[in-house]
Design a protein around this ligand. Structure first.
Ligand code: CTP
Length: 499
């Protein structure tokens, strides 16, 4: 955090828009402040787009008068129901609101709102670091108002509420998610009283919409060390409420002196590993390519969810120990239900996460065994465009403390990667299609759709991928005819021909 003197603050706000706002407020005889995230981010030197202005009086009147003052190029939108207004001017967006005093009823986020003083408004805000205001009126331009020691908390890297945290969280339970999100994004600690209030109020999250919860989870996901947020969510009891499938990963069972690893902390380690290697990837999708989405966010979701099938597939097998057979397939099946319930997108992004969860054991299985061409080819075909992301996830998944074991996997992964680039150069198995179609089989043997068509296609596919025959139509057809003859099936015009 940097320190900012009055002169420096004046310089930081020395843009025409802030001066015009101040002049407008002076003309109307009201106090006007820039508040909230914009002020916080000036001190934290973070880029901030949204400017929120607080008027001790009518925010709408200031916005309308500012629109007239700015003239052409200014666009004013008024939301009378909410008592707010927005001014857009040369790519800048400023929200105006009148200072309020709010009280909340128990079962709703909708407050009863009355006009209030600056103090009333600042104390109803979520955290002390968000309750800073800088005056824009001419005679006090740049003057900081810090009624709740937000600067000191920022300095000490503490997230605390201006009022009793039970009141702040109970008024708006979304703030519990925001609390953990800010702690994660800004690498700050949650103050003790605030932490205890999170535990006491966790159940109140039930009145918050899934969309708002997911917005906060996505911000936690995109933070440099996302595990910090999930550990906090687990610690205060919010995790089982917002993501029971992830909460179920927590815990270690011991039998006969043998323990399995704690799958929650393992998953979080994998998530942090993926976060480290994707740190430079863009948060937002590439606008040029409308059909693409941000892989950064969804690869991180895949990392968090990759072992989601483990609790249900866990078995104790005599003489073997703990097993989690097919947890990847079980996990793959759980993804659509989880995405639907959490109101995560049910589109390509869900399918991408699902594919990675389903395939995440494949590279490990190959690396654990002999790294053959055909195994790598199969992997390439199944993962398609996602192959590089899958390899990243799998490397992140090696969290073994046994250095020798870890090294062996990493060496084998290097071999898989080498073979992959070799194969990618040699053939196009990413987009491979079987040279023999079902149509051709039906025509050749004069048969209707039936099981044998799939069997013959599979035999051709296996032969090509195991390099028994070349990847050409001619070779594939010859092989298919031979396989069919083995099943007593002959082409229609040479039917029943005996040599
Ligand atoms: N605020 C609040 N309670 C909420 C949401 C917001 O008290 N549930 C207040 C905070 O003072 C916050 C301001 O409204 O600073 C603006 O909210 P918003 O734009 O959502 O958050 P920012 O703090 O600007 O941060 P971010 O944009 O990262 O969400």
């Amino acid at each position: 955090m940097r320190e900012i003197t009055l002169d420096q603050m004046r310089e930081l706000l020395d843009s025409p828009i802030f001066h015009r706002i101040g002049e407008t407020a002076d003309e109307l005889g009201v106090e006007c402040y820039v508040v909230g995230g914009y002020v916080r981010d000036l001190f934290l030197e973070r880029p901030s787009k949204d400017i929120d202005c607080l008027v001790v009086g009518s925010g709408i009147s200031v916005a309308e008068a500012l629109g007239r003052r700015l003239g052409k190029g200014a666009h004013v939108s008024v939301f009378r129901n909410f008592g707010t207004a927005q001014v857009k001017y040369r790519g800048i967006e400023v929200e105006f609101v009148g200072a309020r005093k709010e009280s909340y009823s128990h079962d709703s986020r909708k407050p009863i709102v009355e006009d209030g003083t600056l103090e009333d408004d600042l104390c109803r805000r979520d955290f002390t670091i968000n309750a800073l205001a800088v005056c824009l009126n001419g005679n006090r331009f740049g003057e900081l108002v810090d009624r709740f020691d937000g600067l000191a908390d920022m300095q000490d890297r503490i997230i605390a509420t201006p009022l009793d945290p039970d009141v702040t969280f109970s008024d708006d339970p979304l703030r519990m998610m925001r609390c953990i999100r800010f702690a994660t994004q800004l690498r700050m600690c949650i103050e003790d009283e605030t932490q205890q209030a999170l535990e006491r109020n966790a159940q109140r999250i039930s009145i918050i919409s899934q969309e708002r919860i997911v917005d906060e989870l996505n911000k936690i996901m995109l933070s440099p060390v996302p595990s910090l947020g999930f550990i906090e969510l687990a610690r205060c009891g919010l995790l089982p409420l917002v993501m029971p499938e992830v909460a179920a990963l927590e815990g270690v069972e011991v039998r006969g002196g043998r323990a399995h690893k704690d799958n929650l902390y393992h998953s979080l380690e994998v998530l942090d590993n993926v976060a480290r290697v994707t740190a430079d990837w863009p948060d937002e999708p590439d606008e040029e390519k409308a059909e693409t989405f941000s892989h950064k966010l969804w690869l991180r979701w895949a990392a968090l969810l990759h072992d989601i099938g483990k609790p249900r597939s866990k078995r104790w097998e005599q003489g073997i120990g703990w097993t989690f057979h097919n947890h990847n397939y079980l996990g793959e099946k759980m993804i659509p239900g989880l995405f639907r319930r959490m109101k995560l997108p049910m589109d390509e992004r869900m399918k991408y996460v699902q594919r990675l969860v389903g395939l995440h054991m494949r590279p490990i299985a190959i690396a654990d065994d002999e790294v053959t061409d055909s195994a790598v080819r199969r992997l390439l075909f199944e993962a398609g465009e996602d192959i590089d992301d899958l390899m990243l996830l799998c490397e992140a998944d090696i969290t073994s403390r046994n250095q020798q074991r870890k090294q062996r996997f990493l060496d084998n992964f290097r071999m898989v990667r080498e073979k992959l680039s070799d194969l990618q150069a040699r053939d196009s198995y990413r987009t491979w299609t079987n040279p023999i179609t079902g149509e051709e089989i039906m025509q050749t043997f004069g048969i209707e759709p039936c099981k044998i068509i799939g069997e013959l296609k599979q035999m051709v596919k296996d032969a090509i991928w195991d390099s028994q025959i070349p990847n050409t139509h001619e070779a594939a057809r010859e092989y298919m005819l031979k396989c069919a003859a083995g099943k007593g099936l002959y082409p229609v015009n040479t039917e029943n021909k005996t040599e």
